[in-house]
Ligand binder design. Structure first.
Ligand code: PGA
Ligand code: ZN
Length: 413
């Protein structure tokens, strides 16, 4: 019933109009599973390789060669295997690829097939993906981390930090958390309008107004939370993603917008000052992706008051995470399944993180599709947080809306 009969793939488009892969796995029962690969912009150096065609079409970003690999090599290798045996499927693809960073067949090909297999098995069994992956253990809703203000390389303003997020820590349910997040987002928009600032949204649905410095963004968010009738820090807290791998320069750091040179110690002082003044509960990639020692230092200094989240630092890679755990670098991991390339390895990274007491944040990419797989994964593994951009743009809300549905199914309310 759950034996793989065929694997097909096609080129579709992500939220930036860039080609990506959609894979479809068909089983002996007739059940099918469909999944696609998202794509990052500020990608970590240690991510699984994204296979692209090169050449003229689509500026070299086509994925037809990766799709050819799925049809010519992956499909025959998986035919006849049981889709319920996710580990065996993923191991077969890893063996077939044969490289450390999935560069031969492409991490984008592998993750699309890996997730499509999981969906196919779930569909054949007549259960939702979060049940197939989480069984009776999974089922608790994450807290959303809503990226509503942007700076860094993604915005034409003077803000160095890439993402400013709302974290509705005071909500009892995901539904209540989204109510808080959405209301603050709308009040933020009104505040920006009143000040004559732009309310155009970026790739992840957040605003990118022309502000002078990082602190202005934090102030605006605190004002928007209060304007919506919530208590900053009690109902809704803040999170930032510095994406500081983009800040590395000449063995140290330089803030990209203002050009200020900083040492690791000065950067940590900077984040400490911000987190003493504003209700910041989470700091992602405050330092560069090779700076394990710096991460250990900031975790020692600020780790009790805030999550220190490794994104580019860990790239959802169990080996890099082990290194981080040994050094006490960070206390939370950002999990992006396409960074590592298979569902099994994603779950390995999550289990390893859990065993070290790290928090888990499931995350989208800046280039997304309408797939809501990360919502099911987050619920299945009881991830504490789900980061999927602003509550705007359908590829962002697809994930939040999916958790709303799952929460209703699980609680029966
Ligand atoms: P990316 O950005 O998907 O472009 O890598 C998101 C992040 O840095 O968290
Ligand atoms: Zn990040």
């Amino acid at each position: 019933m759950t034996i793989i009969e065929s694997v097909r793939a096609r080129q579709i488009f992500d939220s930036r109009g860039t080609p990506t892969i959609e894979a479809e796995v068909r089983l002996s029962s007739g059940a099918i599973g469909v999944a696609s690969a998202p794509s990052g912009a500020s990608t970590g150096a240690h991510e699984a390789h994204e296979k692209r065609d090169g050449g003229k079409a689509y500026g070299g970003k086509g994925v037809l060669k990766a799709i050819e690999g799925i049809h010519a090599e992956i499909a025959p290798a998986l035919k006849g295997l049981d889709a319920r045996d996710q580990r065996r499927i993923d191991a077969a693809m890893l063996a077939l690829d044969g490289t450390a960073n999935k560069e031969r067949l492409g991490g984008n090909a592998l993750i699309a097939v890996s997730l499509a297999t999981a969906y196919a098995a779930a569909n054949a069994l007549g259960i939702p993906l979060y049940r197939h992956l989480g069984g009776l253990v999974g089922g608790s809703s994450p807290i959303p981390m809503l990226n509503v203000l942007n700076g860094g390389a993604h915005a034409d303003n003077n803000i160095d930090i890439q993402e400013f997020m709302l974290v509705p820590v005071g909500a009892k349910t995901f539904r209540d958390a989204m109510k808080m997040g959405v209301e603050v987002y709308q009040h933020l928009k009104a505040l920006l309008k009143k000040q004559g600032l732009s309310t155009a949204v970026g790739d992840e649905g957040g605003f990118a107004p022309s502000l002078e410095r990082d602190e202005d963004a934090l102030k605006l968010l605190v004002d928007a939370i209060a304007a919506a009738g919530y208590a900053p820090g009690r109902d809704v807290s803040l999170a930032v993603d510095a994406a500081a791998s983009e800040w590395q320069k000449d063995g140290g750091y330089a803030l990209p917008k203002r050009g200020t040179a900083m040492t690791t110690g000065e950067l940590i002082d900077y984040f400490q000052a911000l987190s003493e003044k504003y209700p910041i509960v989470s700091i992602e990639d405050p330092l560069g992706e090779e700076d394990f020692d710096g991460f250990a230092e900031i975790t020692a200094r600020l780790g009790r008051r805030a999550m220190i989240v490794g994104d580019d630092l860990f790239t959802t890679n169990p080996e890099r995470l082990s290194r981080g755990i040994a050094k006490r670098a960070a206390n939370a991991i950002l999990v992006k399944p396409n960074q590592i390339g298979t569902l099994s390895e994603t779950l390995d990274a999550i289990n390893l993180a859990r065993s070290a007491g790290y928090r888990v944040v499931l995350s989208h990419r800046s280039g997304e599709t309408e797939s809501s797989a990360i919502a099911d994964i987050a619920t299945a593994v009881n991830a504490e947080f789900l980061k999927s951009g602003a509550p705007a743009r359908a590829e962002r809300t697809a994930k939040y809306n999916r958790v709303l549905k799952i929460e209703q199914e699980v609680t029966g309310e």
